[in-house]
Design a protein around this ligand. Structure first.
Ligand code: SF4
Ligand code: SF4
Length: 551
C-alpha cells in the first residue's frame, strides 16, 4: 500500500491525531472503539493455513487455532464460534493457573506510567492504547472483572470490563501493534513484561480463530519444509552453493560447505533469510568465509533450515515444536553442539524458553571452540553458541587474520536487535567484533542502544506490506537515532545481528534515511578476513567497490 512521503509522515507523527482512531481521543479509553480500515491491520490468516496447522503442525492440540474460515476484520461478523466468550475466559483461567508470571503481571502494575512513552508504537502513532500500561490493561480489565473478588463485586468501579466483541477487536488491533520487544519492561520498576502479556493475548485470540497470515503462513512453511519461506532442501542447498560461486569470484577461494553430514562436530543453523534474500545473503557469505578460514568441522542442515521461530509469535506449543526441530537434527546428525547465526527470535526462544520446553539438551556436549579451546559455559544447558560470541572469542585469541581497511568504504553504527540484546544480554560481543573489522564506527545515542535499544518496528510477524505506514511510524524512533549519526558522522551502514532486522531495517532506511544501507556483522567480518591464497580483492561481498577502487 502506498504511503505518504517521509517529510509529511514526520509532521503527522509530531502533530497529527492518532493513526488508529483518526482523532485525538476525547472519550475515556474504554469507550474509544477500535475501527479497522485498510492499512491499520495485517490480513487475517487464510483458511487453508489454519486447516494445515490443525491437521499437521499440532494435531494433538485441537482448538488451538479456532475454526478454519475466511473472515474480514472490517466487518462486524468475524464468524466467531457461538461460545467464543466462554472459550476466551476458560483460556485466561488455564493460563493464570499455568503461568505464575501472568498472574503477577495482572496484579502488580501501580500505574506509575514509567513505561508509557517507552514504546515505539506509542511514539509513532500517538495512540494512547499503544502505551504499554494501557495495552496490558486491555487484558487486565477482563481479568479483574472475572477473576478478582473486587472486580466480581464492584465491576467497572474496580476497573473491570466484561469480555465483549468490542474488547476482542481492541485485542486484535493492539496485540498486533506490539512487537514483543520488551523495551517497556526495562523501564518498569516492577519488571512487568508487556511482551509476555501480548503473547498471552495472541494465544487467546488464536483460540477463537483470530490471527494473521504473515505469522501463520511462515509457521506452516517452517513445519512443512523446515524454513519459513518454504524452500525445499535442494533449493536451500543450491542457494548456498550460489553464494560459494560469488565468494570464489570475489576472493578466488572456493569454499565447500557440507549438508546433513553425520558426525560433523558442529551443526550450524541460521535464519533462512540469510540464504535467500538481500542483504542477509552477504551475512551468509561472511559465515562461509569465516568457517573456511578456521577450518571448522561443521555442517548445514536442509531439515533444520531455519533459525527463526514463528511459534514465538503464535503460542507456546508451536514455539516448542519449531525449536525442537533444531535439537532433533543435532541428535540425528550426532554433532557435539550447535552454532547459531545472526537471528533474533531464535535466540529469545533458546535463551528464555528452551530449558523448560525441550531441554536440557543433555545428549550434546557443552560447546567448546575447537580453535581456541574456550568452553562456553553460558551455553552449558542449551548447547548453542551465538556466532558473535564465537567470532569474538576467535578474535580475542588472535585466530583471525583481519584487514579492517577493506571496510573503509563503510562508516558503521550498530543496532542492538531486541532479542539478542534484551533476552540474552548479547551486547558487548558484536561491538568487540565490529571494533576489529571496521575502522569507522559510531554509536547511536545512549538511550536508543544496548538494553534500551529501539525496535525495528516490524518484528513478531508484522513485517508485512499492508501495514507499511504503521511500520514506518513504529520504526521512526530507531530511524531518528540513525539519522542523528548519519548527520553527525556520515554513517552509511547500519549493522545488526538479526535477520528480521536486516529485512525490516532495509525498508525503514529506504524510507527515512535512504543513503544508509543495512548489513549483518558477519558481512563486515567476511570483508575483512584475509584468506590464505586469496586474490587481491577489488570489491566487498556485495560486489561494491572498496575504498580507493571506485571507478
Ligand atoms: S514490548 Fe515493545 S512493542 Fe510491546 S508494549 Fe512494550 S515497548 Fe511496546
Ligand atoms: S512501568 Fe510497570 S508499574 Fe508502571 S505503569 Fe508501566 S507496567 Fe505499570
Amino acid at each position: 500500500m502506498a504511503i505518504m512521503k517521509a517529510d509529511k509522515l514526520g509532521v503527522s507523527v509530531a502533530k497529527g491525531p492518532s493513526l488508529m482512531t483518526g482523532a485525538v481521543p476525547k472519550k475515556d479509553w474504554p469507550d474509544v472503539e477500535a475501527i479497522f480500515k485498510p492499512g491499520n491491520y495485517a490480513y487475517p490468516a487464510k483458511k487453508e493455513m489454519i486447516e494445515y496447522h490443525s491437521k499437521k503442525t499440532l494435531p494433538g492440540h485441537p482448538g488451538l487455532f479456532g475454526e478454519p474460515r475466511d473472515w474480514d476484520p472490517e466487518t462486524d461478523d468475524w464468524k466467531l464460534p457461538e461460545n467464543w466468550k466462554e472459550i476466551i475466559l476458560n483460556g485466561i483461567k488455564e493460563r493464570l493457573d499455568k503461568f505464575r508470571s501472568l498472574k503477577i503481571f495482572m496484579d502488580c502494575c501501580v500505574r506509575c506510567g514509567a513505561c508509557a512513552d517507552k514504546c515505539h508504537f506509542f511514539l509513532g502513532t500517538g495512540d494512547p492504547k499503544n502505551m504499554p500500561v494501557l495495552r496490558a490493561e486491555l487484558l487486565r480489565s477482563v481479568y479483574r472483572n472475572d477473576f478478582t473478588l473486587g472486580g466480581k463485586i464492584l465491576g467497572k468501579m474496580a476497573g473491570g470490563r466484561e469480555m465483549t466483541f468490542g474488547v476482542l477487536k481492541e485485542w486484535f488491533m493492539y496485540f498486533y501493534q506490539c512487537t514483543e520487544c520488551r523495551r517497556c519492561s526495562v523501564f518498569c520498576p516492577y519488571g512487568i513484561d508487556t511482551a509476555e502479556i501480548t503473547m498471552m493475548g495472541r494465544e487467546l485470540l488464536h483460540l477463537v480463530g483470530v490471527n494473521i497470515n504473515w505469522i501463520m503462513e511462515p509457521a506452516a512453511n517452517s513445519n512443512r519444509t523446515g524454513n519459513h519461506m518454504g524452500l525445499q532442501p535442494h533449493t536451500f542447498k543450491d542457494n548456498i552453493m550460489y553464494l560459494c560461486d560469488d565468494i570464489e569470484e570475489i576472493t578466488g577461494i572456493r569454499v565447500n560447505p557440507t549438508f546433513n553430514r553425520k558426525g560433523a562436530e558442529v551443526l550450524f543453523i541460521t535464519p533462512s533469510a540469510d540464504v535467500f534474500a538481500e542483504p542477509g545473503i552477504y551475512t551468509a557469505m561472511g559465515y562461509l568465509l569465516l568457517f573456511h578460514h578456521i577450518g571448522l568441522d561443521y555442517t548445514w542442515s536442509t531439515y533444520a533450515s531455519e533459525g527463526g521461530n514463528f511459534g514465538l509469535f503464535t503460542n507456546n506449543e508451536m514455539m516448542k515444536k519449531l525449536n525442537g526441530k533444531m535439537y532433533a537434527e543435532a541428535k540425528r546428525l550426532g554433532v557435539k553442539w550447535i552454532l547459531g547465526g545472526e537471528c533474533g527470535h531464535m535466540w529469545r526462544v533458546v535463551h528464555q524458553y528452551m530449558d523448560t520446553m525441550n531441554g536440557p539438551a543433555d545428549f550434546l556436549e557443552v560447546p567448546t571452540s575447537p580453535i581456541t579451546g574456550t568452553r562456553f559455559d553460558n551455553a552449558a544447558s542449551t548447547k548453542m553458541v551465538h556466532i558473535s560470541e564465537f567470532t569474538a572469542d576467535l578474535i580475542k585469541h588472535g585466530k583471525l587474520k583481519l584487514d579492517p581497511k577493506r571496510n573503509d568504504h563503510r562508516i558503521a553504527t550498530y543496532h542492538d536487535s531486541c532479542n539478542p540484546a534484551r533476552a540474552m544480554g548479547l551486547i558487548e560481543e558484536p561491538r568487540y567484533v565490529l571494533q576489529n573489522v571496521v575502522n569507522n564506527f559510531h554509536e547511536m545515542p545512549e538511550n536508543t542502544i544496548r538494553e534500551s535499544t529501539f525496535c525495528c518496528g516490524s518484528g513478531t510477524g508484522l513485517n508485512t506490506d499492508e501495514i507499511m505506514e504503521l511500520r514506518m511510524r513504529s520504526g521512526l524512533p530507531r530511524a531518528n537515532a540513525v539519522k542523528h549519526v548519519r548527520e553527525k558522522h556520515a554513517v552509511n551502514m547500519l549493522s545488526c545481528v538479526c535477520a528480521i532486522d536486516r529485512a525490516t531495517l532495509t525498508s525503514l532506511m529506504n524510507y527515512w534515511n535512504p543513503d544508509v544501507e543495512v548489513c549483518g556483522v558477519s558481512e563486515l567480518v567476511g570483508n575483512a578476513l584475509v584468506m590464505e591464497g586469496e586474490k587481491e580483492r577489488e570489491t566487498g561481498l556485495r560486489f561494491e567497490p572498496l575504498a580507493g577502487m571506485e571507478g
